[in-house]
Each structure stands twice: as C-alpha cells, then as structure tokens.
Ligand binder design. Structure first.
Ligand SMILES: [Zn+2]
Ligand SMILES: [Zn+2]
Length: 217
C-alpha cells in the first residue's frame, strides 16, 4: 500500500500514481489537439504551421498539477517530481518509433543559480520509466533570455532562437520535452534551429489554457 500524496489515504500501487479518487480529480481533458496539445475546443493552434509532427500533453496547467510543478521547480521537491512523472507516463498513449527524448535545456547560468535543470530532471526520469533513450547534449541554450511572459507577442516572434543544436544527427526522431507549454514559443525556437531533416515530436506534462504563466529556462 502507498500513501496518496494528495489526500494521504492508503491505496494500492496498481491503481496508479495516486489514489483513484484524486486521480479522477486531476485536470485531465479527454480530447486534445494532436498538433499543439491544447484541450480541444476553440484555440489558437501555436504549432499549426510548424514542422512538429504531433504534440502530446497530459494535463491542464491547473491545481494540483500546477502546485506539483512549482514544488519541483522552486524547491527541488523530488516527491512532487516523481508523482508528475508517474502521472505523465500513465497518460502517454503513443511513443514514436525509435525516438530519443530531448529536454528543453536551461541556460548554464540559470542552471547554476537553480542548482539543476527541472526539465532535464523530469525528462530523464520519464525516459527511464518508459525505457526510452535520453540525451541532454544535443541542443544548448546559448543566450540568456528574459521570461517569455515579459515579452510582447511580437517580441517573442522576432527574437532569434536562443538555442543551438550541437548535434546534426537526424537518424532518429526526437521528442522535445518541456514541463509546461504556454505560448509554444520556446518549442518553436528550438524547432527553428533544429537540423532540417530531423523528425520532431513534442511532449509536455501540462498545457496552459491562457498565456499568463511565466516560464524560465
Ligand atoms: Zn488521494
Ligand atoms: Zn492546436
């Protein structure tokens, strides 16, 4: 038996990453846009005209998922991180054949300030659970950027990509992984500087339904 991280009740491990009651209370839309991971319905599809083959996200960026992500990012609360990974793995339906998982990298300075890169921590953990190959050296963040939230939509679109692909290997598809997708601009910046023939899929734990979330890499 395990203690549910949300309600502390005991539950059987086979039920999933938390007790059934709390699992059903998680923000899980049934249908999502396969192109950008947004809950289906009217939305501005941020990856529509990009090279991204598909995007899978597990949750809406709402409580308690929001709280778990904040605990991991701000306080390196690995118990919250572990729960997020188990919940994500439970929700993944399709794994692209032969793919390699690549996390959105932090700038080395940001990594130094924080002491670690939460997105890489999550990606590594998820890769291990799914027995997927994981690599963190393929793409680097070479420019320190302000938070996307403080940029206007125009500024976001005209800035050149702060990412640089170190590897030109296109032999296997990659799954770009981020914890939260907001405007989609971070992923689009990575895609913009990726090798031309690279097949690209996107995974994220959560998707915001509006554009207010501040993210920093
Ligand atoms: Zn519970
Ligand atoms: Zn969409």
């Amino acid at each position: 038996m395990f203690s549910c991280q949300f309600c502390k009740r005991l539950y059987r491990a086979l039920e999933g990453p938390c007790c059934r009651h709390c699992w059903h209370a998680l923000p899980l839309p049934i249908k999502r846009c396969t192109q950008c991971g947004h809950a289906l319905g009217e939305h501005r599809c941020c990856f529509k005209s990009s090279r991204i083959i598909s995007c899978a996200t597990a949750f809406n960026f709402e409580e308690p998922i929001r709280g778990l992500i904040h605990s991991l990012k701000r306080h390196l609360d690995t118990a919250s991180g572990e729960l997020l990974c188990r919940a994500f793995v439970d929700r993944v339906q399709q794994i692209p054949d032969n793919a390699v998982l690549v996390a959105v990298p932090s700038h080395p300075l940001r990594r130094l300030i924080r002491g670690y890169c939460p997105t890489q921590w999550l990606a590594e953990n998820i890769a291990k659970k799914l027995a997927l190959p994981y690599t963190n050296g393929r793409v680097k963040k070479i420019r320190y950027t302000k938070s996307q939230k403080r940029l206007t939509q125009i500024e976001r679109q005209v800035q050149t990509s702060p990412f640089k692909w170190v590897s030109t290997d296109t032999s296997r598809p990659v799954i770009l992984f981020d914890d939260v997708i907001t405007s989609g601009q971070t992923i689009l910046n990575m895609v913009q500087s990726a090798p031309n023939d690279l097949q690209i899929y996107v995974w994220a734990i959560a998707r915001t339904s509006e554009y207010r979330y501040t993210d920093t890499h």
